[in-house]
Design a protein around this ligand. Structure first.
Ligand SMILES: [Mg+2]
Length: 215
């Protein structure tokens, strides 16, 4: 994976997932899915995040998956996803504690996913140093290991990404969501403020963060 040299900085880095961590996108996805399928399946009942399966769409059905993604694009789900509460304050807490912030999102299904994310952060005046968009099947732990950044924290709502990052030795936590509640073995936070406070405490303590090897 190629990482821009601008990603590498001597400051510690905090990496955040975007959907369902920084922005509240799932209600917008549900709206799009409900309208398309004629079913109503409240996101609060989603017990895993391959939520298209609740609508009867199988992963092997590539043609339907492609149509579904086109629907999401047409419905502008990424562009319309609102920020979670207190995002600006949480990001400021992290930056003031001495870390740079990167967004690590699996929005590569959308050709404009990275650009939309950059624009969203810029509009909100967030201090974001890097935006990386990967494909759903890729692993975020692999990215962090090869990023060359000194990672002090990572947050995601997807169990397998947090699991992978914890296994790789990173300080990784789950953003609490209905679809990850079964993962009791992983650390979790209820909101971004709680995450930012943990990062602040960590940067104030003498425990060294994990430095990932350079690629
Ligand atoms: Mg997410």
């Amino acid at each position: 994976m190629i990482v821009s040299s601008s990603v590498v900085s001597p400051r510690p880095w905090v990496w955040l997932d975007v959907d369902d961590v920084l922005v509240d996108s799932t209600p917008i996805f549900q709206e799009s899915m409900d309208r398309w399928t004629g079913k109503t399946i409240p996101w609060q009942t989603w017990t895993h995040n391959r939520f298209h399966q609740f609508y009867g769409i199988a992963d092997e059905d590539a043609a339907t998956i492609a149509r579904m993604r086109q629907r999401w694009k047409d419905d502008r789900v990424l562009e319309r996803s609102p920020f979670m509460p207190h995002v600006a304050q949480a990001m400021a807490t992290i930056v003031n504690a001495g870390a740079d912030i990167g967004l690590l999102t699996a929005r590569a299904w959308h050709s404009e996913g990275e650009a939309i994310t950059r624009e969203m952060a810029a509009q909100a005046g967030l201090s974001i140093k890097a935006v990386i968009s990967i494909h759903f099947h890729q692993t975020k732990a692999d990215f962090l290991i090869h990023s060359g950044t000194q990672v002090v924290g990572f947050i995601d709502d997807t169990i397998r990404h947090v699991e992978g990052c914890v296994a790789a030795g990173f300080n990784a936590v789950l953003m609490d969501q209905p679809w990850n509640r079964e993962a009791r073995h992983l650390p979790r936070v209820a909101n971004l403020e709680e995450f930012a406070q943990q990062i602040q405490a960590r940067l104030a303590s003498p425990v060294p963060p994990r430095r990932s090897p350079r690629p």
